[in-house]
Each structure stands twice: as structure tokens, then as C-alpha cells.
Design a protein around this ligand. Sequence first.
Ligand code: PMP
Length: 403
Amino acid sequence: MTDSIHNPKASARIAQIAGDSDGWEVFNRSREMIAAGRSVVELTQGEHDILTDPSIIDAMEASARAGATGYAPVPGVMRLRQVVADRLTERTGVTTGPENVMITPGGQSALFAAHMAACDPGDRALFIDPYYATYPGTIRATGANAVPVVTRPEDGFQPRPADIAGLATGARSLLINSPNNPTGGVYGRTVLEGIAEIVTRNGMWLISDEVYDTQVWDGSHLSSRALPGMTERTLVVGSMSKSHAMTGSRVGWIVGPAPVIANLIDLATVTTYGVPGFLQDAAVFALTQDRSFEETIAAPFRRRREIATRILGQRQGLRLHKASAAMYVMVDVRATGLSGEDFANRLLDDHGIAVMPGESFGLATAGHLRIALTVDDARLEAALTTLAEMADALAREARAVPG
Ligand code: PMP
């Protein structure tokens, strides 16, 4: 007998989830440096610098003590499905009921479920580049083909409908993310209407990741599901992670037409088997607070966006893409002559500051850095000043080199 009979290999499908590069090298190095006792300012992950509010923890504990520790209903507890449905009805104007909502373990699980609902193995699933780091792997995990639509820095990384149209023939789905991670951009009505027209013409699903919908500083959030004709072909991904600083609680949702939600409940039955009831009860508590509750959680990012604009706005060595939303800003460091990766590695080694190289998010943001605004204002200000001075010095050197 050969070895291969004794030692089965992992499936090709699971082996190719990660792809060629995971893009987390700088993040992992910074964690190693911290573990070795070095002080590092981490501006990498989208993790708040506050903990989940004690009132939410109290609601969690009260629920668990009252008995919500057994199996919860697979689609989610009815009260939470109703609260999420009411929230969407109120905020988007689209009448939504609990039959349109399934609760998931975080938005990430909803992204996977949405692609399982939309695509068969081998189908083309489009997504916009730059993208949240898990997108291509999530699509590959379903067996679909992940096809990027590459945007341009000069467009503020907003997709051109013509670029999407050029790749849409035969595609089953398009994944968009507005407000956007990594760019901090918000898609305007014209872009969203252009997208709606293309997905409708091509009989596609639109998967709309709206996990940053409570963190918009300029303009307002528009959900694609509210555009004419889009309710029946849009799957919205939402989450408590960013809006309520509940990243570790793993409570999110998927919203769509009732028949697809029924299919997704079948999927959840054979995968997650639901979300713990006491976490769902805590989410009900959080979502039924005054709107000022989530505004307080968003406020530091709005304030720090201003700090970033003040420090990074007018520099020789970098160009800031002014963020309209979310927890991040994107800067172009191509004037330094370094790639985003080289710049980020040098910034970490020389100054103990960790940011994400733009290359981690696709082709469009090569030569850029994504800076998460996730440390207190004073540390952020100091770190951004150091980063900007390094970029200016490198740009001066780059220009001094003849040729
Ligand atoms: N979508 C985007 C754009 C994100 O940035 C994140 C998390 N950083 C997620 C989805 C997933 O979030 P979660 O699973 O915590 O809800």
C-alpha cells in the first residue's frame, strides 16, 4: 500500500482558501514583537480601543443566568430577528420582517453563507479590489471563482460601472462594501445605481457588506437593497462587531428574500447550528438602546479622522485619501519609492509602529498603507507624525537620487 492510502490529504478546496499570500505578515510580526516585550503602536486590525460596554456584558450575564445557555433557534432568536428587521425597515425604508433575517456568528459567517446561497462551484463571483482581506478566500471556500474588479486610486477606489460590466457576463454575484474597509470610502448614489443596473441586467446577486453602516462622517449610508428593483436580488451582511464594539461576541446577520433565508437556515443547520442565545439577547439589549449609544462608539473614529487629516493632509512624502467613514485612513506612499510592504516593514522595525500594507488588500492599493485609527488620540498623533516624517524624508531622498 502506498503512503497516500494511509495519509489522506486535505481537499483541494480547503487547501486553496488562503491563496498565495495572507497579507498579515506585518501584523503577525508586530504581535511577535509585542510578545517579546517590545512596545508597538498597533494601527493594524479593526479592533476598538474600548471594550464591550459593561451594560451589554450585564445583559449577557443576566440572559445566561436566566437559562439562555442551551441550543438557540438555528435562524436566531425571534426577538433579535425582529429587532434587526425593524432596524432595517426604519433605516432603509425597505419593509423587512424576521423571515428576511438570519442571525449568524458575525458578519464573516454571513459573507460565506451569502456566497453559498448565490454561487455554485466553478461560478464567477465578482468582488471589488481593494477588499477586506478575507473576501477572496471566503469566495474560494464555497468553490466559486473569485474575480476582482480592480479600482483606481484616482477614482478614490470607487468602482467604475463599466469595469464591472466588462467582467459581469456569466457571473453569479458581485460583492461590494460601502462604507469601505480598507479605504474609508462611501459609495454615492450614482455608483450604486450603476452597480444595480449591471447586476439586474446580468441576473446576478448583489452581496452588500454594510458592517460599517453606523460609522459615516461625510454624506450618509445608502443601502443598495433600497434601490428600485434591488430588494429581491440583494443579500445584506450586517454585524454587531463595529457598531457596538462586540467583535468577540460573533453576532451578525444576513438579510434577503425569505426563500433564500430559508435555504440559508438549512446551511446553518449543517454548519454553525446557530449563535449562543445569551449573546443574541445581549445584542437585543444593545440594539434597543438610544441611537446615542452607537454614536458614542463611533465618535473616536470621527475625531481621529480629523487628527489624521491635520497631520497627513499636506505632506511631500505621502498623499492622504480623505476618509468619509469607518475606522481607517488610506495613504499613498508611492512618492517615497517604497512599496507599501517595504514602508510598513521599515516603520515597524525602525519606529515600532504597525500599519497594514496596501498590498494586503489587493492590487489597487499597492504602494499605499491602511492606518487603523484604533489607539488613543495622543498615541495616534505621535505615531502619525513619525510616519509622515519618515515618508517626507524618504521622498526627499528619492528625489535627490539622479535618474
Ligand atoms: N466585513 C468587513 C468589511 C470587515 O472589515 C469585517 C471585520 N473587520 C467583517 C466583514 C467581519 O466582521 P465580523 O465577522 O466581526 O462581523
